[in-house]
Design a protein around this ligand. Structure first.
Ligand SMILES: [Zn+2]
Length: 247
């Protein structure tokens, strides 16, 4: 992997590392974006199911879709990109992983300091009392899982039209502002506010790496664009970081 001298210097001097990951890293583990033209649920667009109005209208339908997605996710495995990020975190103190993904694969790879911008599909939240629970505790009585308080449970993810969790958003902005290297990994850099994080990092002085299969609107702005699968690029970048740090 070719890295320019400024990129290697940025790795060498890195103190605060910020990472933003998106659908691309999950796709490499076989998790689709659910926008495919074929498949069981192809007649629905995600935005038609992932919103509170659709859920209130037909919670059973929305739950069936989420159970289908959960099954795909629980059968998927973290890939080499997820593992490289988990190893990197173990070797460096100030390391913040921000993800737009809801599949929990970063945690399964061993990452710990994870900022989940869009929630986590493997958790439920009660519409009545707000209690958040793991899926193992789901009680599928009838058609829709219920909380112990009797309220309806929904997946603990951010739906279309909803605000991002403020704590996660604040943590993400703060990590971007403090980063001296920032990696945008497998994200189209189109959906705000996540898309603004690399820009914030760069305008706060970070060296901006972008890792993606193809150029994005962020690419002209990146200090280093590394084209390819994150499962190939991230392990190489970690090795390069380790090499630079020993200099
Ligand atoms: Zn409840």
């Amino acid at each position: 992997m070719f890295l320019s001298e400024p990129a290697r210097e940025a790795l060498r001097k890195s103190q605060n590392i910020g990472i933003l990951t998106g659908a691309g890293i999950s796709a490499e583990s076989g998790i689709p974006t659910f926008r495919a033209k074929d498949g069981l649920w192809s007649k629905f667009k995600p935005e038609e199911l992932a919103n509170i109005q659709a859920f209130m209208r037909n919670p059973k339908l929305v739950w069936e879709w989420y159970q289908y997605r959960r099954n795909i996710i629980t059968e998927a495995e973290p890939n080499l990109g997820h593992h490289a990020l988990a190893q990197w975190e173990q070797q460096h103190d100030n390391f913040t992983l921000i993800t737009q993904n809801v599949d929990g694969l970063h945690a399964r790879a061993g990452s710990q300091n994870i900022v989940e911008l869009h929630g986590n599909i493997l958790r439920n939240r009660c519409l009545t009392c707000g209690n958040v629970s793991e899926i193992e505790e789901v009680n599928f009585k009838g058609t829709v899982p219920l909380c112990t308080c009797g309220g309806m449970l929904r997946p603990d993810v951010v739906w279309f039209g909803e605000m991002l969790p403020p704590e996660a958003l604040n943590a993400a902005f703060s990590a971007a502002e403090n980063a001296d290297i920032f990696l945008s990994v497998g994200t189209s850099a189109l959906v705000h506010p996540a898309a603004s994080l690399p820009e914030i990092a760069k305008s706060s002085g970070a060296f901006l790496f972008e890792i993606n299969l193809e150029p994005t609107p962020l690419t002209p702005y990146a200090d280093a664009f590394l084209e390819g699968p994150s499962g190939e690029i991230l392990p190489k970048l970690l090795t390069q970081w380790q090499t630079e740090r020993t200099k």
